[in-house]
Design a protein around this ligand. Sequence first.
Ligand SMILES: Cc1cc2nc3c(=O)[nH]c(=O)nc-3n(C[C@H](O)[C@H](O)[C@H](O)COP(=O)(O)O)c2cc1C
Length: 296
Amino acid sequence: MKKVKLVCFSGTGGTKRFTSSLETSLIKCGCDVKVLYLETKLIEIAKREGTFNDISYDFIIILFPVHAFDAPEPVYKWIKALPKCQMVSVALISVSAAGEYWINQACRIGLIRALSKKGYNVFYERMIIMPFNILFATKESFSMRLLQLLPIKAENTAKEILELKRRRIEPKLKSRVITRLAKVEKVTSKLFGKELRIKKTCTQCGLCANSCPMENIKMNYGTPHFGWRCVECLRCIYICHTHSIYPFVSRFMVVKGGYDLDRLEKQIENTILESDEELTAGVYSFFREYIENEWI
Ligand SMILES: Cc1cc2nc3c(=O)[nH]c(=O)nc-3n(C[C@H](O)[C@H](O)[C@H](O)COP(=O)(O)O)c2cc1C
């Protein structure tokens, strides 16, 4: 029986959904699977249990949303805490809205470098497409199709990883350059936390504080206060029932109408989706390939 560790950071639930599908597929293939979500509270528990940076697995699979053409900070921090090793097999699954478009192509390169330095063998890279949770909304029917595809993409991913299929991508120079330049986002995300404001509609329910993966929100006499640990995952903004959290300057970053994958999932059952041809008319060809070819 193969032992697999899934390590996931997810802001708004897209990556988490794929992680759950992959866990199901791996269990179906007879694997013993452990999942670690990179959220402060859960990290503390894992540290107490001694499982946080345990690497006694046949495979480690790291899953993360692409943030500014790169992986978010909690993933880098977890890798920093890993012990050195001799060739533990690692797969990297990035989840993004623009897929394997050239701007995203180097999004795993920083992680690969950090892991390789410690002796890990990154043999597998894959991009999963999920709806945009930033700037503008992905068309609803298209988003639903992306959600529908998750189990089959997970099944294929599990098969390829267990077969040790080598799947590596050589990013273009321009992709590497843009990822390097976008490192500045690691700093600006901290400032983003500081520009978050609360509207009068806040019901002081504390959901934002309880949900923040970084424990960056403290309730102070009923009002949420934001610290310096924000990673700009946007969870607090979209999870708020009264839409009371907003960035003072970067309002353009928030999807108008919110981002609610639970609602879309429920809607799928009662929706007859257009054909794949209609869904992908007028979009970049890599979106069409991703939808039509279950191995991409
Ligand atoms: C701060 C931030 C930066 C992002 N940058 C990118 C990006 O560079 N490329 C991209 O395709 N999507 C980008 N996205 C979109 C997310 O990667 C995408 O919506 C993903 O599905 C979110 O996953 P999650 O729900 O697990 O957080 C960004 C989202 C955020 C919040």
